[in-house]
Design a binder for this molecule. Structure first.
Ligand SMILES: NC(=O)c1ccc[n+]([C@@H]2O[C@H](COP(=O)([O-])OP(=O)(O)OC[C@H]3O[C@@H](n4cnc5c(N)ncnc54)[C@H](O)[C@@H]3O)[C@@H](O)[C@H]2O)c1
Length: 434
């Protein structure tokens, strides 16, 4: 199969590299010339474990190429995937579909022979219909089908998720398009991955409903964590007891500082907006958004309380800036709310992150960063763990204690055990535990 992947970001690059690894001939296209130049020179613009070797291997084999120009690639392609961003539009929470519609117009002029246009980006219900109408209007003669194929990969485990997904969702009623999609995902059929064919609107909604459900699960356990603190229970015991029930499952029951990232915040907002637009408010998702926003502020207050009620003149060492470990993605990371809140309360903040510092400094101008966690905690009044990178799980606690001005640790990811930290002589505050 010849595949053109338009949009070479976190999803497009991983999907393109994995499709080429399946044996397809893939060209990844992006209108960001610097990104394409980087990829052509052998550099990877994002941090995703394993992606450098995967890309190098497939470039070497000649199956994976990069370009800023879509015309020739679109003409040659059997399937054109759109993996451009669909961020929140300012105000109202609706998804900004301008990148998708730009691509649709761009692609329309070049379609040659039967071509499947696959929308991999997360898009509101009805967007596939709209893309079809745009192309049909521009090219009444074109032979094409528009297919919804939402992506469920998680950053940090993206390659594994793409190659061994729980399911692949394909929304189309066009038999020729189904045949093309079966061929595109054939290696997964061999692995017995369920490939779920649905109508397009269901496929579009499956993605938003799934993300909103997971965001709700996180928010639910966060509220239970607050209750645990009030009534003397341990949220990790509660979560384990709940998660062993197969109807509930243990994933996404980790209490923490609130969800962030490139998907949950914008997708919950978009689903709530879609509900409002259709006159069926999704109140549970609206509540999740409100609870999650308030939680990030509340986490800053937790640090203030741990420091005796005032941060004036104090130095706070923040470990972890990205929204989760094993990615450099800073979009909607809790750190972007918590750090400014700490600074507003008078703190000097010094931060460390294995892969997020460059982007964090762009988003938080003036942020002080250091390249080593021990340098970060030296002479600080408290250490705050915001992201559960593996290297923070194995800190030399005696060294940390000796370096800190005061032995205060606020662990918003529950990566240490309260009893161990007490034994080490720390004042230790975590989430939903005593
Ligand atoms: N990041 C994730 O973990 C994830 C997971 C599942 C689904 N998604 C969805 O996938 C989509 C893409 O997300 P992402 O995180 O990869 O975004 P991203 O911002 O990392 O990448 C989007 C890319 O598209 C490029 N682009 C924009 N307009 C273009 C055009 N007209 N022609 C060519 N390139 C263009 C941008 O330059 C950018 O490189 C979104 O809808 C997102 O919701 C993301």
């Amino acid at each position: 199969m010849r595949i053109a992947m338009i949009g070479t970001g976190y999803v497009g690059l991983v999907s393109g590299a994995c499709f080429s690894d399946f044996g397809h001939e893939v060209i990844c296209i992006d209108n960001d010339a610097a990104k394409i130049a980087q990829l052509r020179s052998g550099a990877i613009p994002i941090f995703e474990p394993g992606l450098d070797q995967l890309v190098a291997r497939n470039v070497e084999s000649g199956r994976l190429t990069f370009s800023c120009e879509s015309a020739a690639a679109v003409r040659a392609a059997d399937a054109i995937f759109l993996a451009v961003g669909t961020p929140s539009r300012r105000g109202g929470g609706f998804a900004d579909l301008s990148f998708i519609y730009d691509c649709a117009r761009e692609v329309a002029g070049e379609i040659d022979g039967f071509t499947v246009i696959v929308i991999k980006s997360t898009v509101p219900v009805g967007t596939n219909d709209e893309v079809e109408a745009i192309i049909r209007q521009a090219r009444p003669d074109a032979d094409f089908a528009v297919v919804s194929n939402p992506e469920f990969l998680r950053e940090g485990a993206a390659i594994e998720d793409f190659k061994r997904p729980d399911r692949v969702v394909v929304g189309t009623e066009d038999e020729r398009a189904r045949a093309v999609m079966r061929e595109v995902y054939r290696p997964l059929f061999i692995n017995e991955t369920p490939i779920l064919f649905t109508r397009r609107r269901a496929a579009e909604l499956i993605k938003y409903a799934s993300n909103a459900f997971l965001a709700t699960k996180i928010t639910f356990i966060n509220e239970i964590a607050d209750l645990c603190e009030k009534c003397g229970a341990d949220v990790q015991e509660v979560a384990r007891g709940m998660g062993l029930d197969r109807r509930i499952a243990r994933q996404f029951l980790h209490a923490g500082p609130g969800f962030g990232g490139s998907c949950f915040p914008k997708d919950t907002a978009a689903l709530a907006a879609i509900g409002q637009r259709h006159g069926t408010p999704i109140k549970i998702v609206e509540a999740v958004i409100g609870v999650n926003d308030a939680r990030k502020q509340a986490m800053a207050e937790r640090v203030v309380a741990a420091c005796g009620g005032s941060l004036a003149g104090k130095t706070i060492a923040v470990l972890g800036l990205t929204f989760k470990p094993n990615t450099d993605d800073m979009r909607e990371a809790p750190s972007l709310v918590i750090i400014p809140a700490l600074i507003a309360r008078g703190a000097r903040v010094r931060a460390h992150d294995p892969h997020g510092m460059t982007e964090a400094k762009r988003l938080l101008p003036g942020l002080e960063t250091v390249s080593d966690p021990y340098a970060c905690v030296t002479d600080a009044d408290a250490m705050v763990i915001l992201t559960e990178w593996d290297q923070y799980r194995a800190l030399d606690l005696a060294r940390v204690k000796a370096a800190l001005k005061r032995p205060v640790v606020v662990d918003l990811r529950n990566i240490y055990r309260p009893a161990d930290m007490a034994a080490e002589g720390f004042a230790y505050i975590s989430v939903g535990r005593q």
